[in-house]
Every structure is written in C-alpha cells, then in structure tokens.
Design a protein around this ligand. Structure first.
Ligand SMILES: [Ca+2]
Ligand SMILES: [Ca+2]
Ligand SMILES: [Ca+2]
Ligand SMILES: [Ca+2]
Length: 301
C-alpha cells in the first residue's frame, strides 16, 4: 500500500483489514446538474485524481502520472482543481483545469504540502505543510493561486491540518493536535484569534464549513472503534451524530447547495465514496473499485 497523504492515524486505519458491512437505505436521487465530485483513487495502479457526476456517472481521469496524485479540491467556480503530488520529489501543490489539462506546480519546498483548499473568492489557497518525513508536525499556510505571497498562519506544536474557509472568507477552520489529541479550531484568515471548539478524549478531525456558513461537518475518530460523521454549529454547539453503517465514515464534504454530504466509508470492504442527505439519510454508494477511493470534494460543475 502506498503511503497516504494524510496524518499518521489515518494511514494506520487504512492498513487495518476491516469486516465488510452492507449498507442499506433508499438510493438518494441527486440531480445530475448538481455539480461534480473530485476524488483520488488507486484503481489504475497508483493514486490519480478523477472526477464524476454527482450520481457517480461520467467518470473522468484528471491525472495520469506514476507518482501519487492526491488531495484534490475544486476552485469555487469549478473550473480548476488544486491537488498534491510527489511527481517532482516530495509533496508539492499543483493546479490544473478541471478537465485535467495544463497542470502547473505552485510550490517548491522541502516541506510536504497537502490538503489544499481555495478561498471563497478563488484568489487564495490554504493548505497544510508537514515537516520532511514527519507526519506528526505541520502548520497551515496560505498563498495566492499563483503560488506567491506564502504566509504561515499557525505555529503550534503537533499537527495543524486540513484548513477550510468560511463562505465569507473571514475565518479558517482546521484540526490540530496541539492540545494532546485532535480537536477542531477556528482562526481569523490572517492566523489571529485562534479558538478551540472541541475538547474530548477522542479525535475530532477535518472540519468542513457548509455553503450557508451555519454548520461544520467533521469526523469523530475513536481509534480501533469507529469513525463517524458529525455536524455542529460554528461555535461548537448543537452537535449531531450522523451515524452510518461500517466502522469508518469520514472525509465528509458538502454539496454546493448544502443539501447533501459526500464522504468515504469502508462499509463495503474497502474505501468507497458515498453521498447522503445532509441529515444522514439515504446513503448511496458512488464508486465500485477494489482499491482506495476517497478524499472527495464536491464542486459546482
Ligand atoms: Ca498518479
Ligand atoms: Ca514540498
Ligand atoms: Ca479531541
Ligand atoms: Ca474502492
């Protein structure tokens, strides 16, 4: 299994052989015009980036390179995709058109840059940069979409991981191990005013802000027990568990209209991409490959 471009705990989870569970539930009918989902998959022998319609049809392969291509995210208008790749040595960030054409490199550093996301105005990219060969130490940075004006926003021990902007661009949510295990934090988009939103003995990871700016979806990770998707208010109140079949349900992201969630689950034997209503109802499986399929982001077209 190739190294996954995610914090160490998830690498461990992926390597565990897990019993298969069959999902049940009525298929969710998603209008095909409701955007496209970009993700990465090992189905062609190494990790490459693909996109598909929101009903799982119309698959497009966006990268075709022997190096690992991972962690894709759409630009706000859906015209471009930012992603990570080791094609030039260590992890760097790249930008391509949403049909896979014209990839350009944005970073050139000894750090491992992953988990990129666009700002709502499309002018900035936030990401995590890990210390070389150390998946336990990272900070969050932003730069322009041209790779210029790199700014380090966090400077705490441990991991600061997977940033996501609020729809007005004023704040960035992220997860961090700075206080012992993963908790969810928010800061102003210039890195000031950091606030912790969770405080628990389990891991709260990978917050993603809803399109209306009212909710956060994230995963609560209990090692060797289960990973489950939760939704809460931006101040950490009103937490709701969206319990799903299978031991691992995580990596959730919102549809552009906020009515659905896309996520990854191992309920059917290996990691596949699923969608469900934003209240957790009516899960539907979108991928059917024996390899990893995950890290979905749902774009506008
Ligand atoms: Ca590849
Ligand atoms: Ca690098
Ligand atoms: Ca915690
Ligand atoms: Ca799969």
């Amino acid at each position: 299994m190739s190294r996954r471009l995610v914090p160490g705990w998830l690498c461990i989870l992926i390597l565990v052989v897990l019993p298969a569970c069959n999902s049940s539930g009525v298929p969710t009918e998603v209008p095909i015009e409701n955007g496209r989902i970009v993700f990465y998959s090992g189905r062609n022998g190494n990790d490459d980036i693909f996109s598909m319609a929101a009903d799982g049809s119309d698959l497009l392969q966006l990268t075709d390179h022997p190096a690992g291509d991972t962690c894709p995210a759409f630009s706000p208008d859906g015209s471009r995709v930012v992603f990570s790749s080791t094609r030039d040595g260590n992890e760097e960030l790249y930008l391509m058109n949403s049909d896979g054409s014209h990839p350009i490199r944005l970073t050139d550093t000894p750090l491992d840059e992953i988990q990129a996301v666009f700002s709502p105005d499309g002018q900035w990219i936030a990401y995590s940069a890990y210390a070389p060969d150390d998946w336990t130490s990272s900070d969050i940075f932003i730069m322009t979409v041209n790779g210029d004006d790199i700014r380090k926003l966090t400077d705490a021990p441990g991991e600061d991981a997977r940033p996501d902007f609020t729809p007005d661009g004023s704040q960035i949510f992220f997860s961090s191990t700075r206080d012992g295990n993963y908790e969810i934090y928010v800061m102003d988009a210039d890195g000031t005013n950091e606030v912790r939103l969770t405080n628990s003995a389990i891991h709260e990871i990978f917050p993603q802000v809803s399109p209306d700016g009212k909710k956060i979806v994230y995963a609560a990770v209990q090692m060797s027990v289960s990973n489950q998707i939760h939704v809460m208010n931006l101040d950490g109140s009103g937490d709701v568990l969206l319990e799903q079949p299978g031991r691992v349900n995580e990596g959730a992201n919102w549809s552009p209209d906020g009515k659905f969630l896309v996520y990854q689950s191992n309920r059917d034997g290996n990691y596949e991409i699923y969608i469900m209503s934003a209240d957790g109802a009516d899960p539907k499986r979108l991928t059917h490959e024996s390899t990893w399929d995950g890290w979905p982001d749902w774009g506008r077209k």
